[in-house]
Design a protein. Structure first.
Length: 221
């Protein structure tokens, strides 16, 4: 109160309050934007790690033509391991490869698909051609490879680091099961020949995971 009884009004209070409110709103908005950015980054698919490298090889495709690792360079490819006499999981693995192939195309992605025979003595190019027709592998993006037993088993065991073992006929007769025990894994390989993922071929969620990783590799390029 001033002399004469007049009341002095301090007009600085509301101005300061308004400025404080504006600053608070700006900070809240900035925090929300940062949170949204971090959430988006967290949801983005991480690049698959490099898990090794596929060594050079020369094998025979079902067409009868030689195929080298260098012939697959420049783009990603997906490998699996089957044999035509298999009555166990191989038909399911080939059906899964066909499913992945369709999903990759539907997603607008590109890859090649390579099935390695683990029974090369029996699986000649002619036998593989008949098998490829049965599983609907028309086109040149799905390859079927055979070769010598030594070359294939060394590539699978040392190159892909997966198990493969030919069982004695006597053991099969006594115990049942397949003539050849091998991994159900699918392997994602990038255009430089690096292994970027292993996937259980019989897992229900495998195709979706494979497509997501393949999309991440496409973004890497």
């Amino acid at each position: 109160m001033t002399d004469g009884g007049a009341v002095r009004v301090d007009r600085r209070g509301p101005s300061i309050a308004r400025r404080a409110l504006v600053v608070a709103l700006v900070l809240v908005a900035a925090g929300a934007a940062l949170a949204a950015l971090l959430l988006a980054r967290g949801q983005r698919r991480a690049l698959p790690p490099i898990l090794g490298a596929v060594p050079d090889f020369t094998l025979t495709e079902r067409s009868g033509q030689p195929l080298r690792r260098a012939d697959l360079a420049g783009g990603p490819w997906i490998a699996n391991f089957v044999f035509t006499r298999c009555s166990g999981m191989c038909p399911a693995l080939s059906a899964r490869m066909a499913d992945v192939r369709h999903r990759v195309a539907d997603a607008g992605l590109r890859a090649r698909f390579v099935s390695f025979s683990v029974d090369p003595t029996h699986d000649t190019p002619e036998v593989l051609r008949e098998y490829a027709a049965r599983v609907g592998a028309a086109g040149d993006d799905w390859l079927f490879l055979t070769g010598t037993r030594a070359a294939l088993y060394d590539l699978i065991g040392t190159g892909f680091r997966l198990s493969v073992d030919e069982r004695p006929a006597s053991a099969v007769a006594a115990e049942g099961g397949e003539l050849i025990a091998h991994s159900d894994r699918f392997v994602l390989v990038d255009g430089a020949g690096h292994i970027r993922g292993y996937y259980h071929g019989l897992d229900a969620g495998m195709p979706d995971e494979m497509v997501r990783d393949l999309a991440a590799l496409a973004g890497e390029r």
